[in-house]
Design a protein around this ligand. Structure first.
Ligand code: NAI
Length: 247
């Protein structure tokens, strides 16, 4: 499902890992729905990079934690291309703080953006995929969802939830030609990790067996593989992309 006829929707694709995923599919000639929330200029940059790489872009603005926005995003994509082969649930935020000081809003915003969004988009994507009797859903989780992280109770809970969602939906649709998998990145060079205090980032890099941060392209390659025909017998899995950090 990575050829030039394939239709791919990537949430949160205006920058970072989402943009790298959109570009990886564009290099194979795919038709790419680029969802983003606020940054239209950045999303337009992604769209022109997709075009230059050989793909066909479609900008799909909207907050994926909002059911009405998700309906609009899917209606627009399906009206344009009539099918959906690959959904990548990538949109995500952090609101890092120790749990004792965490506000209800810190919790809700992270859970809504990282987990509710994936549920809403998965439900919407399954309708066309079940009709087609083929599809790929790939959720961008995190190693925080596997091993927890102090200061990230909300984020880790959302990413652990994504892994549970992945396995459950994988079981529901395995017999219908649809696979559902997750990737769990470690420390990747993007705007999220650039916000970390320098000392905390350096301390974490010391713990990575490969001795360096990963790039958005490292994650995009694994997502692309999971969408490819080569991964047709892989479902319900979480592939860790972290230079050995969490092993
Ligand atoms: P980023 O902050 O550079 O990009 C996040 C993207 O999500 C942006 O395009 C933003 O506009 C979009 N977004 C945020 N809320 C949204 C919403 N409600 N609706 C639609 N779009 C929304 O972050 P990055 O690093 O590229 O992260 C991408 C994914 O990878 C996230 O799910 C993140 O949790 C995950 N991840 C990142 C790691 C890292 O080290 N950078 C490590 C592990 C996981």
């Amino acid at each position: 499902m990575t050829d030039s006829a394939a239709v791919i929707l990537v949430t949160g694709a205006s920058r970072g890992i989402g943009r790298a995923i959109a570009l990886r599919f564009a290099r194979a000639g795919g038709r790419i729905g680029i969802n983003f929330r606020g940054n239209t200029a950045a999303a337009e940059e992604t769209a022109s990079a997709v075009e230059q790489a050989g793909g066909e872009p479609l900008l799909l603005p909207g907050d994926v934690s909002d059911p009405a926005a998700v309906t609009t995003i899917f209606d627009t994509l399906l009206q344009r291309w009539g099918r959906l082969d690959v959904l990548v649930n990538n949109a995500g935020i952090v609101r890092d703080i120790l749990v004792l000081r965490m506000s209800d809003e810190d919790w809700d915003q992270v859970l809504d953006t990282n987990l509710r969004s994936a549920f809403l988009c998965t439900r919407a994507a399954l309708r066309p995929m079940l009709r087609q009797r083929r599809g790929r859903i790939i959720n961008v989780a995190s190693i925080a969802g596997l091993r927890g992280n102090a200061g990230q109770a909300n984020y880790a809970a959302s990413k652990a939830g994504l892994i549970g969602l992945t396995k459950s939906v994988a079981r529901e649709v395995a017999s219908r030609g649809i696979t559902v998998n997750a990737v769990a990145p470690g420390l990747i060079e993007t705007d999220i990790t650039r916000q970390m205090p320098e000392r905390a980032r350096e301390a974490l890099i010391q713990q990575i067996p490969m001795g360096c941060m990963g790039t958005p392209e490292d994650v995009a390659e694994v997502v692309f593989f999971l969408a490819s025909d080569g991964a047709r017998y892989v479902t319900g899995q979480t592939i860790v992309v972290d230079g050995g950090l969490a092993m």
